[in-house]
Design a protein around this ligand. Structure first.
Ligand SMILES: NC(=O)c1ccc[n+]([C@@H]2O[C@H](COP(=O)([O-])OP(=O)(O)OC[C@H]3O[C@@H](n4cnc5c(N)ncnc54)[C@H](O)[C@@H]3O)[C@@H](O)[C@H]2O)c1
Length: 330
């Protein structure tokens, strides 16, 4: 890893074409470091900009430590030093973004800070560069609407840490150009991530909305003395979460019920509606909504392949359970 600025120039200004062009990561906190590793691991030169001098000095050691851990778990295809050498840690924003195809902003989650920072990024970054924010909840509309180059701004919200959790939510504002969205998706895919396009800007996007729904209920259950914090974590870790590492919540209920998700909604819908009403939520699974969800599931898995998929799920779980036992023998 170097402490100066390399002078690679992008292949060309069109970010969708610039598969080997450098990227900038802005902010050397936990997410910035992790994104730098993601891009460097995929072969991209990375400029990691961190304004705080003390933190900047700490970044190379932190990156090296994470790369060494990845290597120890066979999750790095190259030697640690080869990957680390692609990451240049810089203090100057202009130097960080010169000639890059893509900027991944990972500064603190504050609207005023992101608004000012994106004004600077729009001024300094090459006109063809995509400007992406790692924002967890703040939308691009709220910090980029006033920018001349707002049509190249969007949110790319990662899981933490993105070098292990591949999903990245791609959340354009209504003013983001479609070719910018496509370029961001291409760059993320090339880096080994799994971009998911979020169709509307809502606070918290999808990842944190789903997490929030579970957390809100978990807090209520603790408050009402139904279960302890430890009990709830056990139920998720050894129950829901174990299953969700193989299939999502829709596929879970689809495979749990003979007849699939439509049958599940018919049997369980009223009980779930009562649980929601108890919490002041009135969003019933209407017949139309259930029909839409069921049609999507049936397109993904025709009912005549349901049994085969249940067997697949069980084998995936067997593999996971075997792995957990080997890591944690009792
Ligand atoms: N931590 C998570 O689990 C997580 C997950 C997904 C997304 N995010 C989002 O990613 C972003 C970064 O989160 P984090 O947890 O790494 O934060 P962090 O506080 O750990 O790191 C932020 C870094 O940005 C630096 N910084 C401060 N002002 C800056 C500026 N003006 N320009 C550039 N850098 C600046 C700080 O010195 C710090 O090193 C936030 O928007 C956050 O919501 C976080």
């Amino acid at each position: 890893m170097t402490a100066d600025t390399p002078n690679e120039s992008p292949d060309r200004q069109d970010p969708a074409q610039a598969a080997s062009a450098p990227v900038a990561v802005i902010g050397g906190g936990s997410i910035g470091i992790a994104f730098a590793i993601v891009f460097a691991r995929a072969g991209r030169p990375v400029r990691l900009q961190e304004p705080d001098e003390t933190r900047r000095a700490a970044v190379p050691g932190l990156v090296a430590g994470k790369l060494a851990d990845l290597a120890a778990y066979d999750l790095l295809d190259e030697p640690v030093d080869a990957v680390a050498a692609r990451i240049a840690v810089v203090g100057d924003l202009a130097a960080a973004v010169a000639g890059v195809a893509y900027v991944q902003e990972c500064a603190p989650e504050r609207l005023d800070l992101k608004t000012a920072l994106f004004a600077e990024l729009d001024r300094l970054a090459p006109p063809g560069a995509v400007l992406a924010s790692a924002s967890s909840a703040i939308t691009a509309s709220s910090f980029a609407a006033g920018l001349a180059g707002r049509d190249r701004v969007l949110v790319v919200h990662p899981g933490n840490p993105p070098f292990l959790i591949p999903v990245a939510e791609v959340v354009p504002a209504p003013f983001t150009r479609p070719d910018v969205v496509a370029a961001a998706q291409a760059i993320l895919s090339q880096a080994g991530l799994s971009p998911v396009l979020v169709h509307k800007e809502v606070e918290g996007f999808v990842f944190n909305r789903l997490q929030g729904a579970l957390l809100r209920e978990a807090y209520c259950l603790v408050r009402d003395g139904v279960a302890s914090v430890e009990d709830i974590d056990t139920i998720v870790r050894d129950g829901l979460g174990l299953r969700w590492s193989v299939i999502g919540p829709f596929e879970t209920v689809d495979l749990n019920t003979q007849g699939g998700i439509a049958s599940h909604a018919e049997k369980m819908g009223p009980a779930y509606a009562r649980m929601g009403a108890e919490r002041g939520q009135n969003d019933p699974w209407t017949p139309d909504l259930v029909a839409t969800v069921a049609a999507e599931r049936r397109a993904l898995l025709p009912l005549d392949r349901w049994g085969e998929r249940v067997a697949w799920r069980d084998r995936r779980l067997m593999s996971l359970v075997r792995h957990r036992r080997s890591e944690n023998p009792t």
